[in-house]
Design a protein around this ligand. Structure first.
Ligand code: CP
Length: 303
């Protein structure tokens, strides 16, 4: 079974993975090595600290053996097609965890030949980040339902994944505040709004920081240069500057915790006092990437 997009998960699958991730957070040893005898390939053509470590250690903890491939390792660099690479992987690996700069279509090519493919981040969506985020909410609040999340920053692949996941929990409100010109893809926003309609939740997007909901439970931001890539507009930092999460902004939300998918750039997307402050659970969120990865691998590789 594959998770290339959150669209690949039914509502019950989504809930099951979040709850299983929360169970692993309570006790990451509470399993009988369900992946024993399996081989998991971990192919990252882009940098990663958390996701790669989470899926590698998660697979090892669940009893699998792991082969890691970096950006310079495969014959795709010398011209072999993805199709041929996928056929070879499919004949040897039980699962492939993959991060690319390409489109999900590349991952579907692997999925055509491999039994289980997990998107560890593509240009348009970061599904396992959203699964870790929801696991973090489940652990911290004891529920995802009815939570109000204010997302401040670029409508990037992390925001896209959150928009495809959170509205599937009743009573939630995902309130996106994105710089003008850096919002969610309108088609994805419409898709998320339809999900919200179906599940009795809300999603909204604005390009300013007025009328913020004081009763927000969570403030979430991401780094401004996703995957370290620069932006064509030389003045983009001017556009992003008002969207920094700092103490003044956090004062607007007296009860909110702070989430960040990391890596953070202190002084840009978030100030150090917020990231290191008592309301930040960003590094706990990073730790839950392991627990969520274990739940994902267990779901993708049933016995
Ligand atoms: N949040 C996240 O995906 O971190 P990495 O890029 O370090 O994996």
């Amino acid at each position: 079974m594959h998770i290339i997009s959150l669209r690949d998960l039914s509502d019950s699958d989504l809930r099951a993975i979040v709850h299983r991730g929360a169970a692993f957070a309570a006790d990451r040893t509470d399993h009988d090595e369900p992946l024993r005898g399996r081989i998991v390939g971990v192919y990252f053509s882009r940098t990663s600290t958390r996701t790669r470590t989470a899926f590698t250690t998660g697979a090892l903890r669940l009893g699998a053996k792991v082969i890691a491939y970096g950006p310079g390792d495969l014959q795709t660099n010398t011209g072999e097609t993805l199709q041929d690479t996928a056929r070879v992987f499919g004949g040897m690996l039980d699962a492939l965890v993959i991060r690319t700069a390409g489109s999900p279509d590349d991952m579907r090519t692997f999925a055509a030949h491999c039994g289980a493919v997990v998107n560890a981040m593509s240009a348009d969506e970061h599904p396992t980040q959203a699964l870790a985020d929801l696991t973090t909410l489940q652990v911290h609040f004891g529920r995802v339902e009815d939570l109000r999340v204010v997302y401040v920053g670029e409508g990037n692949n992390t925001a896209a994944a959150l928009a495809l996941a959170l509205p599937r929990f009743a009573g939630t409100h995902l309130d996106l505040r994105t710089p003008a010109g850096y919002g969610l893809d309108p088609a994805l926003l419409a898709e998320a709004a339809a999900l919200a309609d179906r599940h009795g939740s809300r999603i909204s997007e604005r390009h300013d920081l007025t009328d913020l909901p004081q009763d927000a439970d969570v403030v979430y931001t991401t780094r401004w240069q996703t995957t370290g890539t620069s932006k064509p507009d030389p003045d983009w930092r001017t556009v992003f500057a008002p969207f920094q999460v700092n103490a003044a902004l956090m004062d607007t939300f007296p009860k909110a915790v702070f989430l960040h998918d990391l890596p953070a750039h202190r002084g840009e997307d978030v100030t150090a006092d917020v990231l290191e402050g008592p309301r930040s659970i960003a590094f706990t969120q990073a730790r839950h990437k392991l627990h969520s990865a274990m739940a994902v691998l267990e779901w993708c590789l049933p016995r």
